[in-house]
Design a protein around this ligand. Structure first.
Ligand code: FPP
Length: 249
């Protein structure tokens, strides 16, 4: 029985979010510079997306560039921006053919213009697709997103569109960059690090976490399926007790 066959198709997470980590270590282990690892990381993105399609995942969010990543050496930052644009340029036709919709979360205005242009074109090209939503988190951090949401709510209060009493979870969710996207049921982080690193802090309130030692460039189809199987072995209680979950099943 293949790993895919072991997956319960009725209990696949609709949304998987991934902190792709370990590109630099993977490259350095082989005596190459960090960009070499990022280049190979794109191959894992391709393979993970295909695996997600096979497993009937509807949303795949990838943490591709955080607001903190600007602090890396300029050469690496420039290389990552070029890689993003090159990869989108090379892949968008194929992604479109396989019905993938490309979305982004994060502060797009802070990205170089050539990246914004490529992202807009990929977004426009794939916006009517109904298959997997590939969500690239770019110039993203959860704290940035929450501060941004608070500013927008404060603006609405100032213009009398809202009162402080109107602020509830839905009001906040409506101002997050993920407002059209359901929360991830599963968060994966590669490379043996057990941190959340400012990623989707609001949205992962009830997510299951899967940590793997595998470095991102080595992450392949079976690693995604293993993560889904791990998720399916968990009991999600949402603050209730086991007996209540069994009764509602
Ligand atoms: C973390 O590894 C990885 C990143 C900061 C960038 C991720 C980018 C890619 C996989 C390629 C481009 C993506 C797309 C969507 C086209 P790290 O550099 O922090 O690794 P380390 O912890 O070993 O140093």
């Amino acid at each position: 029985m293949s790993i895919l066959e072991k997956i319960d198709v009725n209990n696949t997470p609709d949304h998987i979010a991934i902190i792709m980590d370990g590109n630099g270590r993977w490259a350095q282990k082989q005596g190459h510079d960090r960009l070499f690892g990022h280049n190979f990381g794109v191959e894992s993105v391709r393979e993970t997306l295909k695996a997600a399609q096979k497993a009937n995942v509807k949303y795949l969010t990838l943490y591709a560039f955080s607001t903190e990543n600007w602090n890396r050496p300029k050469e690496e930052v420039d290389g990552l921006m070029d890689l993003l644009v090159r990869s989108l340029g090379n892949e968008v036709e194929e992604l479109n053919k396989s019905n993938v919709r490309i979305l982004t979360i994060g502060d797009m205005d802070g990205l170089p213009e050539f990246c914004q242009a490529e992202l807009k074109s990929a977004y426009e090209r794939t916006k009517d697709n109904t298959g997997v939503n590939l969500i690239l988190a770019l110039n993203y951090s959860a704290r940035w997103e929450l501060v941004n949401a608070m500013k927008k709510i404060a603006g609405k209060i100032q213009s009398n569109e809202l009162t402080p009493e109107d602020i509830d979870e839905d009001a906040i969710i409506g101002e997050l960059t993920t407002c059209q996207i359901p929360d991830p049921e599963l968060l994966i982080r590669t490379s043996g690090e057990h941190r959340v690193s400012n990623f989707l802090l609001w949205q992962i309130a009830y997510s299951e976490f899967h940590f793997t030692e595998v470095l991102w460039p080595d992450f392949k189809e079976e690693d995604l399926f293993e993560a889904i199987l791990d998720y399916q072995s968990r009991e999600r209680r949402f603050g209730m007790v086991s007996e209540q979950i069994e009764k509602n099943a």
